[in-house]
Design a protein around this ligand. Sequence first.
Ligand code: PEP
Ligand code: MN
Length: 336
Amino acid sequence: MIIVMKNQATEKQIEEVIRWIESLGFTAHPSRGVECTLIGVIGDEREKEGLKQAQFLEGVEKMIPILKPYKLASRESHQGNTVISVGTVKIGGPDFVVMAGPCAVESEEQLLESAYIAKKGGAQILRGGAYKPRTSPYSFQGMEEEGLKLLDQVRTRVGLPTITEVINPADVDLVESYVDILQIGARNVQNFPLLKAVGHSRKPVLLKRGMMTTIEELLMSAEYILAAGNPNVMLCERGIRTFETATRNTLDISAVPVLKSLTHLPVIVDPSHAAGQWKYVIPLSRAAVAVGADGLLVEMHPKPEKAVSDGAQSLKPEKFYQMMDEIRVLSSAVRH
Ligand code: PEP
Ligand code: MN
């Protein structure tokens, strides 16, 4: 249910409506726009009857049911686009944001070199996994807390904010103390305890689409995070599994405009895990800008041939610089 406040409703009236919603055992999710304030009401569907009284409260214009199953993620419940601030970087606003770096944090030298390259190329955020969900238990599993400490150094020594994956609800507190954005990987898109755990975090979350999740399922997963109280969720299309074997996955480029029409959350494209091969990453990145994505999550490594994880799909520095140059030209034509 959405409660639409009158455009001249006072802050006090808004606060009173919120208190009233909470007294009925629901949670209130206000969205303050220029015109008016919307208050999303979330809770047990079966208890909805009592909410009807809201129309008699002072300052209330009307009530509208939200028809979509993803209530807070839907465009109906929010005015305009969600813009997520990470330091001075804004994701979901006019700028196209690039998060670049290696698949895995491997060493201090590798990570800092990657961060300097990312910064020089114009990326705004450094990516790197400290906990790696690998298909094989014999593959490198990540540097864990040592890796997180190196990511922390990127913030202080290079001055770039960071994103890393968290794979276990018990690690959320630790991970969020070292990095700026929490990544939920494709394999964990429906790990509901993990979604709730990052929903309680104060850090923004990048939620990847699973290789077999529909757009609606992805939005329902985002809903878990939003419903737990974290409004800063961005979605990431990273390729889905199809019959095609020429690429690692199939980048569902149409998911971008579909998501942009259904939700106010920022949409990011990961061309690396979609393609599986570096030579397709630049063309897919161009497509991401053209189709209206808000940014990229892209793998880049100072020496891809030495990478312990996903070297084949990682851009080497010169290709990364080329991609950034192309994106700059394209996004200035498309976005402003
Ligand atoms: C990654 O970003 O390195 C990763 C493991 O991605 P995904 O969850 O999309 O496979
Ligand atoms: Mn990877």
